[in-house]
Design a protein around this ligand. Sequence first.
Ligand code: ADP
Ligand code: MG
Length: 253
Amino acid sequence: MSKTVAIFNQKGGVGKTTTCVNMAAGLGQKGYKTLLIDIDPQGNSTSGVGIDKSEVEFSTYDVMIGEQTARSVMIETEFKNLYLLPANMNLAGAEVEIAELENRNSVLKRSIATLIMEFDYVIIDCPPSLGLLSINALVAADTLIVPLQCEYYALEGLSQLISTVRTIKQHYNEHLELEGVLFTMYDGRLKLNQMVIDEVSQYFPGKPYKTAIPRSVKIAEAPSFGKPVIYYEKYSKPSFAYKKFVEEFLKNQ
Ligand code: ADP
Ligand code: MG
């Protein structure tokens, strides 16, 4: 049985893509066959696992509009057990075209249904919006993980996020569950960081992962080498943190 996890937060720059790339690579490294689905037109997950966006002929977009099968578009990455449905700028136009389709909220779910049966885990990188692409991700997902930056503004938008998830549960995907909340860009020297963690922990009891991802320049460097940080700097703090997070995630399964 495969499990599909959407990494979702409508805010940009909170660590969604970094989490997707490292979680997917981490699961692969542990022996789980993993599919990373990039549905952000920025294609940062795509380049983050070493695939040149400009050379991507077909993307998740072509899969969603039914022009290509998921299997034919899927790329095997250089990383252990890690496969990718890539994104590029073509996806930017997808929302308009998908809006015209019947069952427009579930095109992603339907188009990957057969392929994902071969995988242990499917991780979806969402764009920073509440548009049709994100809705498709949440409809296709069994659970979602919300990355939160440990800062005051992280709390802003949380109620909107929760109400979106509630609407999706009510109308399109009653099984959708919050898998967990992951704190990113953590700086233990800042009191504010701990305050945000405490507040969110009260808001979502039991949902925050004990592992927080530290702020690290290695994370910012890794994508320019087309590698997840767990491969780029195996023995760095952020690498250990992402691996610990993956272990926590697996323990909850
Ligand atoms: P999102 O997908 O939510 O927009 P990203 O994962 O792309 O967020 O992260 C936004 C930026 O912050 C990127 O430049 C990324 O390299 C950087 N970043 C993410 N996590 C960390 C971290 N723990 N420490 C330092 N920089 C980070
Ligand atoms: Mg992103």
